[in-house]
Design a protein around this ligand. Sequence first.
Ligand code: ARG
Length: 454
Amino acid sequence: MWGGRFSASPSALMEAINVSIGFDQRLAAEDIAGSLAHSAMLAKTGIIAEADYQAIRTGLEAVRQEIEEGRFSFSTALEDIHMNVEQHLREIAGPAAGRLHTARSRNDQVATDVRLFVRAAHDRAVAGLTQLMRVLLAQAEHHAATVMPGFTHLQSAQPVTFGHHLMAYVEMFGRDRSRMRDSRARLNECPLGAAALAGTSFPIDRHMTAKALDFDGPTRNSIDSVSDRDSILEYMAAAAIAAVHLSRLAEELVIWMTPQFGFVRLSDRWTTGSSIMPQKKNPDAAELVRAKTGRIFGALIGLLTVMKGLPLSYSKDMQEDKERLFDAVDTLELALAAMAGMIEDLTVNPERMAAAAGAGFATATDLADWLVRTLDMPFRDAHHVTGRLVAEAERRGVALEELPLEALTAVEPRITAAVYDVLGVENSVKSRQSFGGTAPDRVKEQIAWWKARL
Ligand code: ARG
């Protein structure tokens, strides 16, 4: 491609460090789409002849076909996807192919290719998140009133419903979805026509190529257009936050599936056995979703590090964006799909959950609230009285609602038998009617709100 200036071929190591075709061949479809839009524009503006455009167009379609059918042989000597496509086009279309690269550089070409790729990845992430939210909603609806312990510090805190707990994840994945949509809207400007960095002296129509590639319009600054990889970084940042959420849900599945908890089960389709311990059913998929977070963080930190301190405009450093991008995209999509599969497969053991919900004096706050409401005690005093009653129950080895009334009145004489109403977990959960609270009616409202938005 640049033989005019060069008399020797590169050393083998130069080629090895420089070559990207091994991975950027994944951008073939985007590259050809960009070239089709560019060449159509060159013809429309009279920069190239219509006949040359037709030769280029049919040639590019043929190249696309060969790549799709796996008949294309990629060459490392040709460095990257851009030159592989162009060189093969030359073989098919003859000298007309030499006109394709008019008013263009690989710099705006690759910037356009990755934007097209990451734009589609945003759309798939939104779809994957939506699917996960759907299955979470279905389980939440089923279990809007299923009582389980709510935790803080992973210690029993207050009873909640399983539906409410799952809906917390719907909120998180809903924000992930909106982050993906935000960054998609921001990236949808077309860098094509920025050329190497300064624009071009040819009378190109950047609005036409932008429109052909479904962008909202062309980017405004040619230097920025070839310098920036924000669109990838934003995808990765949104993916990293989604991965955090996935990892927390994965971790909870792992905990809930232990025989010690026994809250949920995954079927044989979503578990693995042990080669030595016949009794085991392991939540490997959940563990791997948890672990794959590291790959996505790694991609984000890796590319941030590549971009940091780079002078404008294009530097070859930026070729290092692609493997990270592809890995983050593949990892996020797999993790979202696997998590949706597990959530759909999940069955709940409501008895275990209810029993655990009542353990650990989980209704102590309800007792304190009752003292405030009924006896008009300041909350701090009620907290203290309740603490003494919990200690007494602990000493006797019974639950709060199993303490006889004399034991209660020994600590606070004004307590009456009416207090037992708030000590059961069902009543506790039902009483949490505040907006966003765990009362089944409130949870059903949250579900309905999301259903209308999915
Ligand atoms: N393979 C290159 C990349 O991925 C394409 C752009 C090369 N541009 C250049 N001026 N060498 O970044």
